[in-house]
Write a protein that binds this ligand. Structure first.
Ligand SMILES: Cc1cc2nc3c(=O)[nH]c(=O)nc-3n(C[C@H](O)[C@H](O)[C@H](O)COP(=O)(O)OP(=O)(O)OC[C@H]3O[C@@H](n4cnc5c(N)ncnc54)[C@H](O)[C@@H]3O)c2cc1C
Length: 414
């Protein structure tokens, strides 16, 4: 069916932009629509770092390389981590992972979200993709009166502009309008946690190590940031909501004292902290990812606890799978909005996303229990795990995105 655009991507976050970039080399007519400005309005604190960063796993790094973006990230804004440490803050259990144990130069990379976003925008500005800023999707109605599996849609934006497309992609985050318009059912629950995110300055170097302390109140992630002196880290401190409010109300000095304690003094003393932000944490997962003429990717499809830093990584893997699906469908001369074709994308991604959501829920519950038997079990379990090389390698491969939690090894691009 003739439409003005082949594909409309709603949402210019990291995930939507990466899909746009992956499709920008094709002959498809593409439109990207973003409610915001697509410019990074810096809210960096005194440390010079933006508060929102992501731990990018090796699979995502390979994908960003394959679409021509990774090599354009400024090198001085990327911090490789070669070691990970996780410990039970209420006990003695501890596990560690080293990149050399799996023959890799790094386990992953910490990058500020805006740095990835800017690199994606720079790449896209050199393509022929149409971009509409400050525009919100309002409605999508099928172009034909009789339901068609090809799913072409008539699209209306909030400013009254209209257009048509064969495939509408929801990359519009956890409150996705596309998901709502497509009638996608979701399961959601409140973690009753909020995450405090900020940048801290330490007296000891981070030694290229990402750390995670598990306490019954909630996990504390300490992510190394770039810089010669290695004294800056980004933190994601997930806490029950009342405790978050108390921590947010502390003076900077008192907050640094509490944080130093929560970190078991592992990096010396926390001597400075940027402005703190508290983000409510919810889990949400769409029961399906596609219908005729529509598909969901990224947080529009799933939102998980940030304790293992996997949300954006799952989103990039969605974008990669959907790009491959669209390119394969086009090369066969088939309709890209066809429900049957899109279901192959869903089959590829849904079980993986569900498994990761379930794993995050399990971790959260295991570590928030102060039941003495559960505490013994998790400390003993961590000790066994540390000594069990095979299982450890398998868990590392999942965290790096090189293996599915369902045990299927992901194919490497290129
Ligand atoms: C504290 C915290 C720490 C995290 N740490 C990590 C980590 O270390 N590693 C990791 O992999 N993940 C991490 N995550 C998860 C990660 O940040 C998200 O999964 C990721 O940013 C989602 O990207 P997205 O592009 O799907 O959605 P978003 O970033 O939400 O982008 C959606 C875009 O859609 C636009 N939009 C919304 N509605 C409309 C509309 N109607 N019309 C047009 N545009 C619209 C919005 O303006 C926005 O730009 C973390 C999350 C949190 C909360």
């Amino acid at each position: 069916m003739h439409t003005e655009f082949d594909v409309i991507i709603v949402g210019g976050g990291m995930v939507g932009l990466s899909l746009a970039q992956a499709l920008s080399g094709t002959k498809l007519k593409l439109l990207l629509v973003e409610a915001g400005s697509l410019e990074s309005n810096s809210i960096a604190g005194a440390s010079g770092f933006e508060p929102r960063v992501s731990a990018i796993n090796l699979k995502s790094q390979q994908w960003l390389s394959a679409i021509g973006v990774w090599d354009h990230l400024p090198k001085d804004r990327i911090q490789a981590f070669t070691r990970m440490e996780a410990w039970d803050a209420e006990g003695t259990g501890e596990v560690s992972f080293e990149s050399r144990q799996v023959g890799q130069a790094a386990l992953g990379y910490i990058v500020e979200n805006c740095v990835i976003q800017d690199a994606l925008m720079t790449a896209l500005s050199q393509s022929s993709i149409h971009i509409m800023r400050h525009t919100r999707l309002q409605s999508a109605t099928p172009l034909t009166d009789t339901p068609s599996p090809n799913g072409a849609h008539h699209i209306t934006f909030e400013d009254g502009t209209t257009t048509t497309c064969n495939l509408l992609i929801g990359a519009d985050g956890h409150q996705s309008r596309v998901r709502q318009l497509g009638g996608f059912k979701t399961r959601q629950w409140d973690y009753q946690h909020q995450a405090i995110v900020t940048t801290i300055t330490l007296t000891e170097p981070h030694n290229n190590t990402a750390r995670q302390a598990f306490a019954t109140d909630g996990p504390l992630g300490i992510l190394p940031l770039p810089g010669q002196d290695q004294r800056h880290c980004s933190i994601v401190w997930s806490q029950k909501s009342d405790r978050t409010a108390a921590l947010m109300a502390l003076s900077d000095t008192e907050f640094c004292v509490q944080l130093t304690r929560a970190m078991d003094n592992r990096l010396g003393t926390v001597v400075d902290v940027d402005r703190r932000f508290a983000i409510p944490l919810q889990a949400q997962i769409a029961e399906s990812l596609v219908c005729a003429g529509m598909a969901l990717i990224g947080d529009a499809a799933h939102r998980i606890h940030p304790l293992a830093g996997q949300g954006a990584n799952l989103g990039f893997a969605d974008a990669e799978a959907l790009a491959d699906n669209i390119i394969a469908t086009t090369s066969k001369g088939l309709a890209i909005g066809d429900h049957f074709q899109l279901r192959q994308y869903q089959r590829q991604r849904q079980s993986h996303n569900l498994a990761m959501t379930a794993a995050m829920e399990g971790f959260k519950r295991l570590f928030e229990s102060d039941n003495i038997a559960v505490r013994w079990l998790r400390n003993a379990g961590m000790k066994q795990f540390e000594d069990f090389g095979g299982l450890k390698s398998a868990v590392m491969a999942v965290a790096m995105g090189l293996q599915s939690p369902l045990n299927g090894v992901h194919k490497k691009r290129g």
